[in-house]
Write a protein that binds this ligand. Structure first.
Ligand code: AMP
Ligand code: FE
Ligand code: FE
Ligand code: ZN
Length: 289
């Protein structure tokens, strides 16, 4: 039997990927995927183009990766990315919060760009923001690409390592959505939620197991176990946690085009886990008509 291949976490040019939503679904089909989710940061603006461009045989799971925060044990907050799938994109509370977040992203990226320009780095805040649409979710990869274009660094990865990562001076925090609120909003909008790369510690402090247990009680559907930023031991730990809490386990590439070196479909979700995820959503994936 031919195995169904499912990648539930990808980004397009609508956020910080480098392939348009139309190219992304074609690339997914060419890579032999059967199911692809489009999960741009804090926006659903790519859904329509992806649906219109859908090659025959590929199923699209419309989604988003929501920028959230959770309380940490020491009273501070940790950044949490929440994958949301198959929700009503017009749900009023969600629309308002996503608009606030996109404005917050622009504000924060401008502050970062201004700090960098003030230190003499080749970054023009107006130019970086001007290149993005007025409602685009501005992010650090957009600054990273400006540094690559200026010849200061060779790759986006190098820009993060030298200038944009935590503790490198230019990272400015954002006011993100409390993750419990985001889960409620998505459930209200008929969708399902999966914690993205929950234990990816290279990105900074991570959410605790206790908080994940609370979110499971609250209505979280799953956790991303197989992700390029999780090592084998982390995957084993998350798999055990998911089984203890009755959460769906997903696997996904977090493809960002040439902004990252990974390939689409390099991590995938087991078909039975995908079915378990769909069973909790009120909408179904989209197929080419
Ligand atoms: P932001 O949303 O502005 O905080 O930027 C975070 C985004 O940068 C995430 O979506 C990551 O995909 C991306 N990112 C983080 N670290 C790296 C890296 N080392 N190389 C390329 N992209 C990265
Ligand atoms: Fe990203
Ligand atoms: Fe993420
Ligand atoms: Zn992502």
């Amino acid at each position: 039997m031919v195995r169904v291949r499912i990648d539930l976490h990808t980004h397009s040019t609508v956020s910080d990927g480098t392939d348009s939503p139309g190219d992304l679904v074609r690339i997914a089909a060419d890579a032999g995927l059967d199911v692809i989710a489009l999960t741009d940061h804090d926006t659903t603006a790519g859904w329509d183009t992806a649906v219109r461009s859908l090659p025959p045989g590929l199923r699209l799971v419309p989604g988003a990766e929501l920028s959230c925060e959770a309380p940490a044990a020491d009273g501070r907050r940790v950044s949490v990315h929440l994958l949301a799938y198959l929700f009503d994109p017009a749900a009023p509370a969600l629309v308002v919060e996503q608009q606030r977040l996109r404005r917050e992203r622009r504000r924060r990226l401008r502050v970062m760009a201004e700090h960098m320009a003030a230190d003499g780095l080749p970054v023009d805040p107006d130019e970086v923001l001007g290149e993005l649409g007025p409602d685009a979710p501005a992010g650090r990869p957009h600054l990273a690409r400006a540094l690559v274009r200026a010849g200061l660094v060779r790759t986006v990865d190098e820009a993060f390592a030298r200038f944009l990562g935590g503790g490198r001076g230019y990272l400015v925090p954002r006011s993100d959505t409390p993750v419990a609120t985001a889960i409620d909003m998505i459930n209200e909008a008929g969708g399902v939620t999966v914690l993205a790369h929950p234990f990816a510690s290279s990105r900074g402090p991570t959410i605790s197991e206790d908080t994940i247990a609370e979110l499971a009680e609250r209505g979280l559907t799953g956790v991303e176990v197989d992700h390029p930023d999780h090592d084998p031991a982390t995957r084993r730990r998350l798999r055990g946690l998911a089984d203890d809490l009755g959460l769906v386990r997903t696997g996904s590439s977090d493809y960002h085009g040439s902004n990252k070196t990974l390939v689409i479909g390099q991590e995938t979700t087991e078909p039975d886990q995908f079915e378990a995820l769909l069973a909790q959503a009120t909408r179904a994936p989209v197929a080419a008509s």
